[in-house]
Design a protein around this ligand. Structure first.
Ligand SMILES: *[C@@H]1O[C@H](CO)[C@@H](O)[C@H](O)[C@H]1NC(C)=O
Ligand SMILES: *[C@@H]1O[C@H](CO)[C@@H](O)[C@H](O)[C@H]1NC(C)=O
Length: 191
């Protein structure tokens, strides 16, 4: 008796077990894909070194202040300021060296106790096979710290599914003009 009851419910048990391991009911708007279906092979680690040029002075700045808090001018850390950037990324430390891309986005001065930025920017590459591909960086940049680490949170083109981190080191900073050149080492896992 018990065994025939078990036999009759067994197909349902199997059905719900399969449903559970398949992640629930199928939907019209979603499906499970194998990475191979998108042509994704082995994930690899790439390292890039570029120089980021933040030019705030002169008649053609690549970093412009777009906002500030009413109290910003009384803050020693410029807390509350927002800059939009379209900074050159070059192969060497000189601005005149080969342009490999641009850093586009914004940074905000978001610390009350030190000069600390929240950076949100895309590194839009323009060179060789990377032309048109981007890496997205979002992180905290305490600019007077020797090495600042920020996460790579994604990317496009050759950097689809990207994850990783950057290390930023100030190469030159002119306190008179505010212009800065920063060395960025990017470590990124992508396909
Ligand atoms: C700060 O800016 C406000 C508004 O622009 C101005 O009224 C105020 O005098 C400034 N304070 C200082 C200390 O410069
Ligand atoms: C990068 O791509 C753009 C748009 O397709 C093209 O106009 C440009 O010449 C390319 N640059 C390089 C260095 O290949």
């Amino acid at each position: 008796m018990a065994s025939s009851l078990f036999k009759s419910v067994l197909p349902f048990i199997i059905f719900f077990f399969i449903l559970a391991i398949a992640g629930g009911k199928p939907h019209g708007f979603s499906r499970v894909l194998s990475p191979a279906a998108l042509g994704l092979k082995k994930e690899k680690l790439s390292h890039f070194r570029v120089y980021w040029h933040d030019v705030v002075s002169g008649s053609n700045p690549s970093a412009v202040q777009v906002a500030a808090a009413p109290t910003t001018n009384t803050s020693a850390t410029l807390f509350g300021t927002v800059f939009v950037i379209d900074d050159a990324l070059t192969e060497g430390p000189e601005l005149s060296s080969k342009l490999v891309g641009r850093a586009q986005g914004f940074y905000t001065l978001s610390s009350q106790s030190e000069v600390g930025l929240l950076m949100a920017m895309n590194f839009a590459f323009m060179e060789g096979k990377y032309n048109g591909s981007t890496i997205t960086i979002l992180g905290r940049n305490a600019v007077f710290t020797k090495v600042r680490e920020m996460p790579v949170i994604g990317g496009s083109g050759l950097f689809r599914f990207a994850r990783g981190y950057v290390q930023a080191r100030t190469h030159t900073f002119n306190p008179k003009t505010g212009d800065a050149t920063v060395e960025y080492n990017i470590y990124v896992l992508h396909y």
